[in-house]
Design a protein around this ligand. Structure first.
Ligand code: ATP
Ligand code: MG
Length: 438
């Protein structure tokens, strides 16, 4: 036997029956996006490496060590498997002049790639659903995105907020504008320089390149020095504070509790003003299920005409783990009916009949004929039961000869046998509705 080839480490197959839960999630996303007026956008999985280097910033975890970059062997182009969704959307919006007629509300879904150490909730290929609102500078859209996410969590059945029964909670911060961050940065560098002996190697390296990221450290030994650092929020000017307070006022009015977390800085350099995360205590270290924020400078940084932007990205694998933990994943859907066939020669009538049922919206599973002809009734009925179908459709020799099919309820209870009925194969549309769930 030839040697088996296995999937790349950290890149997973999505298999049935688990895939049904992802379809269920996708449908919920679609409904929520449509209700909020967001339009779908799909960009390529491969982009020029420069897009991410320029978009995310050189001194970020992603650009420093997580990107799958390679040279196109045909022409030498430097390419990267996208590690996140925002940069590609911004590129596409700029390239196609989408903001020409005003702002845009967009959403996307698809695989992202980061070369990280695989563990629960952290993979090398993972999936995000995200939204980007471009061309609107006001706090209204920041708040709308956060409320859209709450609507999605509710649609999925997740309880949001603080306390025991809650699965997701909102953390919020403002990163202010460039001048405010510079003033804060100077104070921050002074603080860390004064305590240089308490810094780890990573922090010392970032002290002058990107000191804000030191606040994001996961090193427990550094928590005290980070805790005592100057807070950006104390450096915010009037306009930034007004923006932040306007977002907060909406969340307060909507009864959505949140924590202001001054240490929330997010991984990408491009954020300004509002940043937020939805976190759970139930997934260990991989507790951030969704992150987002405003990026008013990114479009210009990527060569577009200056335009504000704000968005979020959901880590779908982590959300699925959380939904499973919460017992909220639906059972895979069963077919409405299972077709039992005893006559190989009747196959044309059978398939034409199933075609008509399916056209009427009924989901039907056909027992496979196989190379040796129809299996015994007994084994076909066993499969019909296991399929979870509510009805068996029996295409036997007698029924076919009379232009009929026998309909047998599989889950109706004690008098199921009595409820068996013969239905005409001509005019299937007249009775197909009986097979649909109530
Ligand atoms: P983390 O701090 O956990 O590495 P991040 O800040 O790098 O997250 P973002 O770039 O903000 O993550 O991406 C948005 C979301 O995508 C995250 O909140 C998370 O749910 C998910 N995510 C990020 N990286 C991975 C990964 N390697 N595997 C699975 N999900 C991921
Ligand atoms: Mg990361």
């Amino acid at each position: 036997m030839a040697e088996k080839i296995q999937a790349v480490k950290g890149m997973n197959d999505l298999l049935p029956p688990d895939s049904a839960a992802w379809e269920w999630f996708d449908e919920a996303v679609r409904r929520v996006m449509r209700r909020h007026g967001y339009q779908f956008i799909r960009t390529p999985i491969v982009e020029p490496t420069a897009l991410f280097v320029r978009g995310l910033g050189e001194v970020t975890d992603i650009v420093e060590k997580e990107m799958y970059s390679f040279e196109d062997s045909m022409n030498g182009d430097r390419l990267t498997l996208r590690p996140e969704g925002t940069a590609g959307v911004v590129r596409a919006v700029t390239e196609h002049n989408l903001l020409y007629e005003g702002g845009k509300r967009l959403w996307y879904a698809g695989p992202m790639f980061r070369h990280e150490r695989p563990q629960k909730g952290r993979y090398r290929q993972f999936h995000q659903v995200g939204a980007e609102v471009m061309g609107h500078a006001g706090p209204d859209v920041d708040a709308e995105l956060i409320l859209l996410l709450r609507a999605l969590w509710r649609e999925l059945g997740l309880v949001v907020g603080e306390g025991d029964g809650a699965y997701l909670r909102l953390e919020l911060n403002s990163l202010g504008e460039v001048a405010e961050r510079q003033a804060h940065r100077a104070a921050l560098v002074a603080h860390f320089e004064a305590h240089a002996s308490l810094l780890d190697e990573d922090a010392r390296r970032r002290l002058h390149s990107n000191p804000l990221r030191i606040l994001d450290t996961k090193n427990p030994a550094m928590q005290p020095v980070v805790e005592a650092a100057p807070k950006l929020i104390d450096f915010l000017g009037e306009a930034s504070l007004a923006h932040f307070n306007a977002v907060r006022a909406v969340l307060d009015a909507a009864g959505l509790p949140y924590r202001v977390n001054p240490r929330l800085v997010r991984g990408m350099d491009y954020y300004n003003l509002t940043v937020f995360e939805w976190v759970t205590e139930r997934l260990g270290a991989q507790g951030t299920v969704c992150g987002g924020g405003r990026y008013d400078g990114l479009v210009e940084q990527l060569g577009g005409k200056p335009a504000p932007g704000v968005g979020f990205g959901i880590g779908v694998e982590r959300l699925m783990l959380l939904l499973a933990e919460a017992g909220l994943l639906p059972a895979p859907p069963a077919p409405d009916a299972y077709a039992v066939v005893t006559e190989a020669g009747a196959l044309p009538q059978v398939l034409v009949a199933l075609d008509a049922l399916r056209a009427a919206g009924v989901s039907v599973l056909l027992h496979p004929l196989g190379a040796g002809g129809p299996a015994s009734m007994k084994s076909q009925f066993k499969k019909a039961d296991a399929s979870g179908a509510r009805f068996a459709l029996i295409f036997g020799a007698d029924e076919i000869a009379r232009g009929q099919v026998a309909l047998k309820p599989l889950r109706a209870g004690a008098d199921a046998a009595a409820a068996q009925a013969l239905k005409p194969l001509a005019g299937i549309a007249d009775w197909a509705g009986e097979l649909l769930p109530a």
